[in-house]
Design a protein around this ligand. Structure first.
Ligand code: PMP
Length: 409
């Protein structure tokens, strides 16, 4: 049982008190987005009530307050990831924007015909399409590491793909479609041995496990605020300082320059170099509040509790006749993915919604990995630390009822 007061925690999330179709809400769509604690909601209100201003460029008091709040939040992110310096933390819109930034700035500068980029079969479309675009543009080749029947990366196949042409390896630390935890530390080390750079997609990992970018030794790490109990529209690109300062800016504009004439522009170093224009100041501050909240509970406590809940949920689902669990790795975080015999995933999703249970039914922006398992779509309940054993019981009972009601469809 949880090493924290789960009822108190649930009261921190006002939306968990909602009713849907006459039932109390069971939020099991955390892999799509997480709910926000009152502390985050209050922080946004406080910002707009007492601090709102553009940052970095005025002498007045509110500019100082807004700048301090924004930069404090950057430092919270730095601590959260254990990055060496706040210069390594860039605020962007989210994971998708961060990956596109690396592909379009570093990628265009360093990738050319004959080079190879390695991803895995597990990737979200956000970690496939930008590399595909870069390959089409440059003549580089995209190579994909296969997975085994449990949905685990085949390290010996990965080793075979690594060679002197490999410039970049990009993979997720946790798969959003199956929940597989990849051996990230080892994969980074293997890539570095052939001189490749490594981007780790942490969209599905940061809310479930402690991440230490120095220990991982990845070159870039990206995540979205909305998947770690923060606001939408704010996310983070971590990059090693030297690498960031060696990379051409992506977007040009205000804030990212040192000096502009009509002949030429001198750019700032990171992070300003990659934060052109007015950013999402309030939501960056909100993300800081989300990190404070998560750190108060403790990532280690969260991991331990979610692991138990995941084991319990896996057992419950496995015992349902006709349910096929996809993604059966022993090391998983957050995500369960399944199909139900004789029912479309959409039918299951709709029937669960009728009982107030929110899950995702679809391809989860990860079509290749679902096709690897012979399906176009799955039902995906996904967990957070505020989920309970009762949530899982209600899910399992509802699925059982759907099975009994074939004629209802
Ligand atoms: N990568 C992974 C593993 C994800 O789960 C997601 C979100 N589903 C993304 C990337 C994209 O994140 P966002 O839509 O917040 O940019």
């Amino acid at each position: 049982h949880p090493p924290f007061d789960i009822h108190a925690i649930r009261r921190d999330f006002p939306i968990l008190q909602e009713h849907v179709n006459g039932h109390s809400l069971v939020w099991l769509d955390n892999a799509a987005t997480t709910q926000k604690p009152q502390a985050v909601i209050d922080r946004l209100t406080y910002f707009y009530t007492h601090e709102n201003s553009n940052i970095h460029r005025a002498a007045h008091e509110l500019a100082a307050r807004a700048t301090d709040a924004y930069e404090e939040s950057r430092n919270k992110v730095r601590q959260f990831l254990n990055a060496a310096s706040t210069d390594e933390i860039i605020f962007l819109r989210g994971t998708t924007e961060a990956i596109n930034l690396v592909a379009q700035s570093w990628g265009r500068q360093h990738i050319s015909a004959g080079d190879e980029i390695i991803i895995t079969w597990l990737e979200h479309h956000a970690n496939i399409v930008p590399w595909q675009m870069l390959c089409n543009e440059t003549g580089a080749r995209l190579r994909v590491v296969p997975v085994d029947e449990d949905g685990q990366v085949l390290l010996e196949e990965y080793q075979k793909l690594l060679n002197s042409h490999t410039r970049l390896v990009a993979f997720s630390q946790v798969s959003n479609a199956l929940g597989t935890i990849t051996p990230a530390r080892q994969m980074v080390e293997m890539a570095h041995r052939v001189g490749a750079r490594v981007l780790v997609d942490g969209a599905q990992s940061v809310s479930h496990m402690r991440v230490d970018v120095q220990q991982l030794d990845c070159d870039w790490f990206v995540f979205s605020g909305h998947k770690v109990f923060g606001p939408t529209g704010i996310g983070v690109l971590y990059g090693k300082t030297e690498l960031l300062n060696d990379t051409q800016p992506w977007q040009g504009g205000g804030n990212m320059i040192q000096d502009v004439t009509f002949e030429k522009t001198a750019y700032h170093g990171a992070p300003a170099r990659f934060e052109a224009g007015t950013g999402n100041i309030a939501d960056a501050v909100g993300l800081g509040a989300a990190i404070d909240y998560v750190e108060r509970i403790g990532l280690e406590n969260i991991s331990r509790y979610e692991h138990e809940l995941m084991t319990y949920a896996t057992g419950c689902l496995k015992s349902i006749a006709g349910l096929r669990l996809i993604g059966t790795a022993p090391d998983k975080a957050g995500v369960l993915s399944f199909t139900l015999k004789d029912f479309s995933t959409e039918e299951v999703g709709t029937a669960l919604n009728r009982e107030g249970i929110a899950v995702r039914a679809g391809h989860h922006c990860a079509q290749p990995i679902l096709r690897r398992f012979g399906v176009e779509s799955t039902v995906r309940p996904s967990l957070a630390f505020y989920n309970t054993y009762t949530d899982i019981d209600r899910l399992a009972a509802a699925i059982d009822r759907i099975r009994g009601k074939k004629n209802a469809f």
